[in-house]
Design a protein around this ligand. Sequence first.
Ligand code: 15L
Length: 269
Amino acid sequence: MQRVLITGAAGNIGGVLRAGLGGVYPALRLSDIKPLGAARAGEELVQADLRDLAEVEAVMAGVDAVVHLGGVSVEDAWAPIHEVNIIGCYHVFEAARRQGVKRVVFASSNHVIGYHRRSGRIDDTAMFRPDSRYGLSKLFGEGLGRLYADKHGIACVALRIGSFQPKPKDLRMLSTWISHRDMVRLVRRALEAEGVHFEIVYGVSANDRNWWDNPGAARIGYAPQDNAEDHAEEILSQMAPEDEPEIERTFHGGPFCAMEFSGDPSKIA
Ligand code: 15L
């Protein structure tokens, strides 16, 4: 692994990976539509707009693997989701194919399976249940990963990231939190694990209250070290389970499930 590209490198996860992967690979190419500051040793900075296939293809030249973080990272109107998370994500996989990139690590999200009930555990084979336009766009990205793995032999690890925060901030995050350190560990394994074709791995720390069985983590050798339970006392002193509104506390996706909700929860088995 000589050169690794990170898209969306100016974002929260991008900043942590920039620091955590610095010096791990001979060259780290960082790309974003936003400014990236000054290049540090071993870094190549390239501004690119995911909506422009030619620009995406240019940043992909000479790259061994890409960590695709770029895009809209919360619920939004259809236009930005469509332009950046759907069309832009297609550009990333297609540019990777054209430039002979061997692996894509795709930042997917737990919001692909948001409408599963918290009363049940799920794993990487659970039926998709997107809870938002954002979650739907991440499902599309996972589909692209599967297509480009099967049709073109590009290895793909789709990371269904939980809640990436310095520390868990509420009750839900006692289950969904991934620490900064564990994110770096996870992405390293996703880049370096051998024998990968297509994997879905939940991006979560070793939380006692975790809802997701994670066989893909074992397959790529991801062993998280942090546990949200270390922060449980503090969080439980600030909020009780019934403080979470009903729709939020019923489903994995929490607030994303409650946004714009006009359905019948009893029908969401
Ligand atoms: C995500 O996928 C989002 O990018 C982030 O903003 C959080 O909402 C996170 O999921 C979460 O579920 O906590």
